[in-house]
Design a binder for this molecule. Structure first.
Ligand code: NDP
Length: 305
């Protein structure tokens, strides 16, 4: 992989999160900077919740060009910013900050990233029903994206019911019905029998954990199981594959949200294949495929921007 030579003029971008060491964002962004010959470097910063305000102030003080914001800061960072994009305001979550001469603008590229990654599945979910597991910042982005994709009904299932209820209240309306349910609902056919997609937005899976009990067989055969966790085989997707349902992991969303953030900071579109190659995504590694498990390369999936 080409490397970035850091000079006195190098612009710095990065990511604030806890944990952050597992993040693949430095890999994809630095590969794209090198490919386009841009004098930028992307660094991961381990930022604890108590240090978030200081870290955001440092974006101004150190004149960073911008940062991504990840777990667990996406909602808490909002009051620390000067302005928000429309989608970030709708979602109530920010994953990208752009420093415009000291004015910090919050945006959310997870939304366009999720939508773009759906590819041909976007048509299938239109007018349909979705089950979203989790109620954190990523869930808010996914619910916003599903609304933009004209999904008619969304069931938000979460360990802390209060957080799911807050999302249902915020996003529910005449065009999309929302319901909040406890984790136990994942065992019930009534939750899943008419679902066109089930999206895991919890962080369960990063450490190889078991997934929650879920009635995979109750879903229609076309139901897409989508895990935001990327780059590993998760128990959530293994269960879906065993039930011969289509599956998709978070790799293409990572690529697409990263590409959108890159453009916000640099004004340039990164070559998507460079980002995918930096993640080592050739053909076979990607856990995106048909129920039979035949894998497709990202380029063949016809993802849309
Ligand atoms: P948050 O910390 O805001 O939310 C985490 C969610 O996971 C909450 O709903 C939480 O439930 C739930 N959760 C955590 N542990 C458990 C558990 N043991 N059992 C049941 N539920 C649990 O994180 P984000 O929403 O910001 O991110 C979630 C995941 O999405 C992360 O893994 C992140 O890496 C991934 N992601 C991937 C992207 C991609 O491009 N592929 C983009 C964005 C995010 P509770 O409310 O009860 O605490």
């Amino acid at each position: 992989m080409p490397t970035v030579a850091v000079t006195g003029a190098t612009r710095v971008v990065g990511i604030f999160g806890e944990p952050v060491a597992h993040s693949h964002s430095p890999t994809i962004h630095n590969a794209a900077f090198a490919a386009l010959g841009l004098d930028y470097v992307y660094v991961a910063f381990h930022v604890r919740p108590v240090a978030l305000a200081g870290a955001v102030a440092a974006v101004r003080a150190l004149d960073l060009r911008g940062v991504n914001v990840t777990v667990p800061h996406k909602e808490r960072v909002i009051p620390l910013l000067d302005s928000l994009s429309r989608v970030a305001r709708t979602a109530g979550a920010v994953n990208t900050i752009v420093n415009r001469a000291g004015h910090l603008h919050g945006d959310n590229t997870d939304i366009v990233g999720f939508l773009a990654s759906l590819g041909r599945h976007r048509r299938r979910v239109r007018g349909g029903r979705a089950v979203v597991i989790g109620a954190g910042g990523a869930a808010r982005a996914v619910v916003t994206a599903l609304q933009l994709a004209a999904v008619r009904e969304i069931r938000v299932v979460n360990r802390t019911l209060r957080r799911a209820a807050a999302i249902a209240q915020r996003f529910g309306g005449p065009r999309t019905r929302l319901a909040a349910l406890p984790l136990a609902a994942l065992r019930e056919a009534a939750t899943l029998a008419d679902a066109d997609c089930v999206v895991n937005t919890t962080s369960l899976g990063w450490r190889g954990e078991r997934f929650l009990p879920l009635a995979y067989a109750a879903t229609p055969r076309h139901c897409l199981f989508y895990d935001l966790v990327y780059g590993r085989s998760t128990a959530f997707l293994r269960g879906a594959r065993a039930a011969r349902r289509p599956v998709m992991d978070g790799t293409e969303m990572l690529v697409r949200q990263g590409a959108a953030a890159f453009t916000l900071w640099t004004g340039r579109r990164p070559p998507l294949d460079v980002l995918r190659a930096a993640l080592g995504v050739g053909a076979a590694e990607l856990t995106t495929g048909s129920p039979a498990g035949s894998l497709q390369s990202p380029a063949k999936r016809g993802a849309i921007v």
